[in-house]
Design a protein. Structure first.
Lengths: 101, 551
């Protein structure tokens, strides 16, 4: 379980990648990951390619993030979901609030 | 020691010549006519032939011709024994392969001088012949090794046929082996990865790095890793593997399965382009980094760029061989001509591009490997993953956690890992985790710790809640949570019972609360209802039973 963040070369995209499980244990590091975003950032990608597990606390954390940075960035994308996680996001109607790819 | 064959039917000449030569320490053999000479040559290793012209059985002319025919590999000098006045036959002597003349009466000094000169030439010829044979041997060996290597290369690099709809590429190596490498693979969730690389130089030395590179690339794509993780690994591999002056300029692309977004790491190749179907450039993508294999792990820059694409977008990648192709008047093909070519017809093919480059080169020898790749940015369906058969063994699993164990362990994660190792359950691990995590955290937070989710509604409540939880957990004593699981292969169901020592959470209100997507909480229990086949609570609200259907 870990969280890494990377800025794109031009600084416009922030990618937060979560490996293993996305749950309450990440609450602080997840908040820190987007707390000091550069002003250039217009897009945030939550990359779940290596995320095997998530629960409702992860959903809460995502919504919390959205509330915090909505005004700052243009797009928040949840990308590379495993099929089961995509299903969980759909059940929770997250596809209405985030770009899910 | 030089071995001289004296061929003369006249005993006087044989004696005179042999006397003169023996003094100088040559080894001597005799033959009495041409045919006889041929027999001696078959038996013995002769270095120089002194050959009379007129002899019975076979004369010198016929013999010379045959001797030269039989000794074509190494120079075997033939010196004709003639009379000075016999000028008319000189020409014929040369025509049949004679190399020199010695005239009667014999002059010792001239004879020695001639024999020495010709033996030097023979020595050189022998050496040259040895070297030629050695070269031939090495050449043959290299040929057969190349054949083997070529076979390995084509087996390990060519799996690109599967993605014809998405990819059109043309690799045209300057020699047998390509220093350019193009790799394509799809990750389990369907993302399409491709990599175009150009190793320093061309030929086998440049191509050899492609083998380990492709192994790492395919393995990481199979795991669905991100482009920046892949480039870090490839860079480290090449940094450790390649000699200091060699590196690999590369573009590594990941197209999402939705066909909507691309992540790219661009290191050291010429500009890549996003074009529309007509070939108009929508965006120029300049190289951002140094090539792979130059910087060590700390200095290496793995940052990618992201951009959005749609089905009418094509991504064009090329190695420098294209724009640096020269024609007869030393003019480069150049970027401008490349861009014009892209526009020269709708949906241009890689074949068209290579043709236009070679038309421009107009017969000038190809200096470098030429590669061009066109990626059509379309949505892709993930490949069917093979479904594991379900285990036929029924089992129960039960855990009782006391306060200390609750504090120190992460039972949900561990239990999911155990269940994932059961055949057929791995594919369901995310759902199993969700069910257990929701039920366990409910039991812990609201049952055992007695926390109230209302706090989460407040500004920054999420984090306050987290701190309260930590504090309450630290002081926990005398609590218990029991997790019971049952796998039933007949119904293909997993049954869970989670029971806690708390006073019971107010499940009724929680379950009835409408699922507001904006709420930071209250989502968990409704998720349970959706994912599980059936969820039931006991009357006191400290026990939940769930059934999860695997099929």
């Amino acid at each position: 379980m870990s969280l890494t963040k990377n800025e794109s070369v031009d600084g416009t995209t922030l990618t937060i990648q979560i490996k293993g499980k996305f749950d309450f244990n990440l609450v602080q590091s997840f908040r820190q990951a987007y707390a000091q975003m550069s002003e250039k950032t217009v897009k945030v990608i939550i990359d779940l390619r290596e995320t095997d597990y998530m629960d409702s606390s992860a959903l809460g954390m995502l919504l919390n993030m959205k509330k915090t940075i909505e005004g700052q960035v243009k797009t928040i994308e949840i990308s590379n979901c495993q099929p089961q996680l995509r299903k969980i996001l759909q059940i929770s109607r997250f596809d209405k609030k985030f770009d899910i790819s | 020691m030089m071995h001289v064959l004296i061929v003369d039917d006249q005993a006087l000449n044989r004696i005179l010549l042999s006397k003169m030569l023996e003094q100088e320490g040559y080894k001597i053999s005799f033959a009495y006519n041409g045919l006889d000479a041929l027999n001696v040559l078959k038996r013995e290793e002769i270095d120089i032939v002194l050959l009379d012209v007129l002899m019975p059985v076979m004369d010198g002319f016929e013999a010379a011709e045959k001797i030269k025919q039989l000794n074509s590999e190494v120079y075997l000098p033939i010196i004709f024994i003639t009379s000075l006045e016999d000028q008319a036959s000189f020409e014929r002597c040369l025509a049949v392969g004679g190399d020199d003349f010695i005239h009667k009466p014999f002059d010792k000094v001239i004879l020695h001088a001639k024999i020495k000169a010709h033996s030097r030439t023979r020595e050189l010829s022998k050496k040259a012949n040895q070297q030629k044979k050695l070269l031939e041997y090495h050449h043959n060996q290299i040929e057969s090794e190349h054949e083997i290597i070529e076979n390995i290369f084509s087996n390990s690099l060519e799996n690109q046929g599967k993605f014809k709809k998405y990819l059109d590429f043309n690799l045209s190596p300057a020699s047998m082996f390509n220093g350019d490498v193009f790799l394509v693979a799809q990750s389990p969730i369907g993302n399409l990865y491709c990599m175009l690389g150009d190793f320093t130089g061309h030929g086998l030395a440049a191509a050899i790095g492609a083998l380990p590179l492709s192994r790492v690339f395919y393995t990481m794509v199979q795991k669905g890793m991100a482009v920046n993780d892949i480039v870090c690994e490839l860079n480290l591999l090449l940094y450790n593997l390649l000699p200091g002056h060699m590196f690999c300029a590369a573009n590594i692309i990941e197209l999402s399965a939705s066909g909507k977004s691309v992540s790219a790491w661009l290191g050291g190749l010429p500009d890549a382009y996003l074009i529309d179907n007509e070939g108009n450039v929508k965006q120029t993508l300049e190289s951002q980094h140094m090539a792979l294999g130059i910087l060590d792990g700390h200095e290496f820059e793995y940052e990618v760029i992201h951009f959005e694409v749609d089905p009418s977008t094509r991504l064009v990648l090329a190695t420098d061989g294209i724009i640096e192709t020269e024609n007869n008047s030393n003019t480069f093909f150049g970027e401008e001509r490349f861009l014009e070519t892209l526009k020269s017809k709708p949906m241009i093919s890689s074949e068209d591009i290579i043709q236009s480059v070679s038309k421009f080169a107009n017969g000038s020898a190809q200096q470098d490997d030429l590669s061009v790749v066109l990626l059509n940015c379309l949505p892709i369906i993930p490949e069917e993953q093979e479904r594991e058969a379900f285990s036929t063994l029924a089992f129960n699993l039960s855990l009782s956690l006391n306060s200390e164990q609750i504090k120190k362990t992460d039972p949900v994660y561990d239990v999911v890992n155990i269940l994932s190792s059961v055949e057929g359950l791995k594919a369901h691990r995310s759902n199993i985790f969700l069910l257990l995590s929701e039920a366990y955290n409910n039991a812990l937070d609201h049952g055992v710790l007695g926390l109230d989710s209302e706090i989460k509604k407040q500004e920054d409540g999420f984090f306050q809640y987290y701190e309260l939880r930590e504090a309450a957990l630290a002081n926990l004593t005398g609590a218990m949570i029991i997790i019971d699981m049952r796998y039933c292969p007949d119904t293909l169901c997993l049954y869970f019972i989670i029971c806690d020592s708390g006073r019971g959470f107010s499940n009724k209100s929680a379950a009835r609360e409408p699922t507001l997507v904006n709420n930071e909480f209250g989502r968990g229990l409704s998720l349970l209802e959706e994912v599980a086949e059936k969820v039931t609570y006991n009357a006191s609200g400290n026990q939940v039973e769930m059934c999860y259907k695997l099929s």
